[in-house]
Write a protein that binds this ligand. Structure first.
Ligand code: CMP
Length: 137
């Protein structure tokens, strides 16, 4: 079993897509082991996306991620990281396959509805960023 961090980003929360996205998570067979509504400060968003701090989109991305509530989830499944990335679809919704969450809910590459960890090492760091061990059930 593997764990990954998922985020329902502020655009998807504002568009009232939380229910449909959580429903899809359950239908896909993930076990939700942690789930919380957060309102990230700019500093917290910058910390979360620190690996992107030198990218040209860093300022816009962290402004967007701290612009309103988001839902953070820790998901468990076999191959949870790649499984969740498949369900999300490509980062840029223009390249996302039919049936993926980003095809369905994303507006553009920045306002792309959902996030998922990209590797076991980043999943461990990202899960620990939002959840204490006792909060994962
Ligand atoms: P996410 O999976 O949360 O990881 C990093 C985020 O940066 C990514 O989703 C996008 O929302 C954003 N991102 C990646 N590339 C670009 C880009 N070229 N322009 C704007 N935002 C980007």
């Amino acid at each position: 079993m593997q764990r990954t961090l998922a985020i329902v980003k502020p655009d998807a929360v504002a568009n009232k897509n939380v229910g449909e996205i959580v429903s899809r998570i359950e239908r896909e067979g993930f076990r939700i082991v942690g789930m919380r509504l957060v309102n990230l400060s700019r500093r917290e968003a910058e910390g979360f996306y620190a690996v992107h701090r030198d990218k040209p989109f860093f300022n816009d991305l962290t402004a967007f991620m701290s612009s309103g509530p988001a839902v953070v989830l820790c998901l468990e499944a076999e191959d949870a990281i790649s499984k969740w990335r498949t369900v999300m679809g490509a980062t840029n919704p223009e390249n996302a396959d039919e049936g993926t969450l980003r095809k369905q809910f994303a507006t553009n590459i920045e306002r792309n509805a959902v996030h998922g960890s990209d590797a076991p090492e980043t999943a461990a760091v990202e899960i620990a960023y939002f959840f204490k061990g006792v909060e994962l059930v």
